[in-house]
Design a protein around this ligand. Structure first.
Ligand code: PLP
Length: 392
């Protein structure tokens, strides 16, 4: 990466040294974790140590952790009508907030007609009144809902009132799935405090390799149906030989995930960044700034400045940032998250996301601010010329 400044941690975090070391060691193991010989048992031990680390990371027990190929697969697995728990058998309806990641909005294994979106406020927070009223209707109709609300949004960083959602969902006889992919390492996660029935994590947002994640249950009472059937791996919940090296990397990454001090560091740098951006461009709009946000995320726009143009300029200056979510970059459509918050198309097309990590430095932020000031100066020059042209 040389001297480049990487400020796109919500797209993916650089691989941690600890994760790399754990992966390399795991690659040396010849055995299949399902084999009973010594080689197999050595691979199994690596998988189980990682399971313990991942469970501990969210306050769950190891038996309730199912390793997957990432957040997308964990979400698809969670969102199934074929769920059993003491209060019910199967879910007849899926309610998702309008700002979920596309892998949740896709509805998992639910037929499209059973999937509904719950609106969010202009601050990007799920509308609890709308959710409550829909849950009441469903309870009256004798339906069992599965609700999916993310812990923090990948674009704005806005933290959702998950514990309050859990209370409402459980009162209505339903289950709650929480996509905690972006919250990991950026705020504490405890599955019991959140009262989420299912939680999704993805390794690559916290310094593990790409292509590994987990679906975690709060209790074994909730029986999820497997997405992949075949071998009996992952307690029959996810067939296929485990990706031992990636799982080892995931375990190492959660074991060394950012703590309170790292989070305070990111929050401090984000404050410097946002003050600097606003000082250079008083018309700046920071999305979700009146809500509780992850310490590392800032999504902003300056009227008249297209995100595409700005991103190219930043890249030439050696800075990697993103417009909206990485999963949707490449498309010039405005973000569905900002649309749900009621942001107009033109402003939304200017949205730039800067996301920091524990290794981000004050110098990185200064470099970003310098590049921003140049972009703003260029914009002002062009608009002055434009105004001159009109007047003449
Ligand atoms: N959920 C959220 C909130 C995300 O931000 C992402 C990735 O950007 C995912 C799920 C998908 O995770 P993965 O890339 O591991 O499939």
């Amino acid at each position: 990466m040389g001297d480049r400044v990487y400020l796109d941690w919500n797209a993916t975090a650089p691989l941690k040294a600890e994760a790399r070391a754990a992966m390399l060691a795991a690659c040396e193991l010849a055995g299949n974790p399902s084999s009973i010989h010594a080689e197999g048992r050595a691979a199994r031990a690596v998988v189980e140590a990682a399971r313990e680390a991942v469970a501990g990371f969210v306050g769950a027990v190891p038996a309730d952790v199912v390793f997957t190929s990432g957040g997308t697969e964990a979400n698809a697995m969670a969102l199934t009508p074929h769920m059993e728990w003491p209060a019910g058998r199967g879910c007849t309806r899926l309610l998702v907030s309008a700002i979920e990641h596309p892998s949740v909005l896709a509805g998992g294994q639910f037929p499209d007609l059973q999937v509904e979106q719950i609106p969010v406020s202009p601050h990007g927070i799920v509308d609890l009144v709308a959710l409550g009223s829909r849950l009441d209707d469903l309870a009256t109709a004798g339906e069992r809902p599965l609700v999916s609300v993310m812990l923090a949004n990948n674009e704005t960083g806005v933290v959702q009132p998950v514990a309050a959602v859990a209370e409402m969902v459980h009162r209505g006889g339903g289950l709650l799935h929480v996509d905690a992919v972006q919250a990991a390492g950026r705020m504490p996660i405890d599955i019991k405090t959140l009262r989420a029935d299912l939680v999704t994590l993805s390794g690559h947002k916290i310094g593990a390799p790409k292509g590994v994640g987990a679906l975690i249950r709060r209790s074994g009472d909730v029986q999820i149906a497997p997405l992949l059937r075949g071998g009996g791996q992952e307690r029959r919940l996810r067939a296929g030989t485990e990706n031992v090296a990636a799982i080892a990397g995931f375990g190492a990454a959660v074991a060394t995930a950012a703590g309170a001090r790292d989070r305070a560091h990111m929050a401090e740098l984000r404050a410097i960044l946002e003050e600097g951006l606003a000082a250079a461009s008083p018309d700046l709009v920071i999305f979700g700034s009146n809500a509780e946000r992850l310490c590392n995320t800032s999504l902003f726009a300056l009227p008249g400045l297209s995100a595409e143009t700005a991103l190219i300029a930043f890249d030439l200056d050696g800075i990697a940032v993103s417009s909206g979510s990485a999963c949707s970059s490449g498309k010039v459509a405005p973000s569905h998250v900002l649309a749900a918050m009621g942001v107009g198309k033109e402003l939304a097309l200017g949205a730039i996301r800067v996301s920091l990590g524990p290794n981000t430095t004050t110098n990185d932020i200064e470099t970003m601010l310098k590049s921003w000031r140049s972009a703003v100066a260029r914009l002002n020059k062009v608009s002055k010329k434009g105004r001159g042209g009109l007047a003449a």
